[in-house]
Design a binder for this molecule. Structure first.
Ligand code: GDD
Length: 315
């Protein structure tokens, strides 16, 4: 069994790559030139440099790897960054997916492909419409969400029209050690660690604390991806999330309670987005019942692991 992970140099790609190696799956991974992968993955996987926007290069790596399983993780994954560069977000997320699916169809059409979307596809929902099931109409409210909704629609069209073996995931927020501090939990934890270390004044600038999100641990999410690629139904989309929502304020409170430093919290207008999805809580019934996935790691453990990671790795 051969698996290809696009974006193996990314936060989730590292966890997924390690899990696949543990299961003795022959591993191929793509990364951008100049990016690093985890040492264990570097040693045991076949790593290929490719920008998914380069159609010819994508064809050649699919020809070389001819994977049975394709986990399509590579993406511009930041909602905040998508406001600054909607063009690049669409080129990478939508254009890259077109190149990957076209190459797979031409060279390796029997491959099983998992496309990673996002709970952001649901966007602004009506109050009371939580938890969100897969049948909820999609209503993206930022460029990133548009790119992920279109990528998934393309996957569904290719599955139906070309009979390709494609499954779609809609992960809700997830975090863990090694996630870049551009996302809220590592961003807060990184700065708290800097304050504990006395390299930053104990004043934490924050954005919208009212947003409610459903956070899972990345280690649970990669298990979900494996369940979906092995057991998910062709052409179907599956939510992945814990089923529990917390406001960013509650999450910040938990992190502050884990620290001995007295930290002042200050609202920073520059951290507010032009529009922010107010509430995302997952109905995970479908993935639990159809493929047997269960979230296992509690949020408090994840938060403490992320904070400890930054304490140990303050650059
Ligand atoms: N990054 C950040 N920094 N976010 C903040 C801050 C801050 O100082 N203060 C408040 N927030 C709020 C954001 O406005 C948002 O409502 C929430 O924290 C979460 O922000 P992010 O962690 O940046 O994630 P996201 O929800 O926009 O997107 C993440 O989740 C999606 C799934 O729902 C990303 O991981 C996406 O790739 C993923 O698809």
């Amino acid at each position: 069994m051969k698996a290809l992970v696009t974006g193996i140099s990314g936060f989730v790609g590292g966890y997924l790559g390690e899990m696949l190696l543990d299961r003795n799956i022959e591993l191929y991974g793509t990364k951008l030139e100049g990016e690093q992968v985890l040492p264990h993955i570097n040693k045991y996987a076949n790593i290929m440099d490719v920008d998914l926007r380069d159609k010819d290069r994508v064809y050649s790596i699919i020809e070389d790897a001819r994977p049975d399983l394709v986990f399509h993780l590579a993406a511009q994954s930041s909602v905040a960054a998508s406001w600054k560069r909607p063009d690049i977000t669409m080129e990478i997320n939508m254009g890259g997916t077109i190149n990957l699916l076209d190459a797979t169809r031409a060279v390796n059409p029997a491959a099983r492909v998992l496309i990673i979307g996002s709970s952001e596809q649901y966007g602004r929902i009506r109050a009371g419409d939580v938890p969100i099931g897969e049948d909820m109409p999609q209503n993206p409210v930022n460029p990133y969400a548009v790119s992920k909704a279109s990528q998934e629609m393309l996957g569904k069209v290719y599955a139906d029209a070309y009979d390709m073996d494609i499954v779609m995931a809609r992960p809700f927020n997830h975090t863990g050690p090694r996630q870049q501090p551009i996302f809220v939990i590592p961003d807060f934890a990184h700065r708290i660690a800097l304050m504990e270390n006395k390299t930053m004044d104990p004043v934490l600038m924050v954005g919208n604390l009212d947003a409610i999100r459903d956070f899972s641990d990345v280690r649970d999410v990669v298990e979900g991806y494996f369940c979906l690629i092995t057991k998910g139904k062709r052409g179907e989309a599956y939510n992945i999330g814990s089923g529990k929502g917390f406001s960013i304020r509650e999450i910040l409170k938990k992190l502050l309670e884990m620290s001995s430093v007295d930290i002042e919290v200050v609202m920073d207008q520059n951290r507010l987005r032009p529009s922010d999805t107010p509430i995302l809580i997952c109905d995970n019934t479908k993935i639990k019942t159809q493929v047997g996935w269960q979230p296992r790691i509690q949020l408090d453990k994840t938060l403490s692991d992320v904070l400890e990671y930054f304490r140990q790795n303050i650059a």
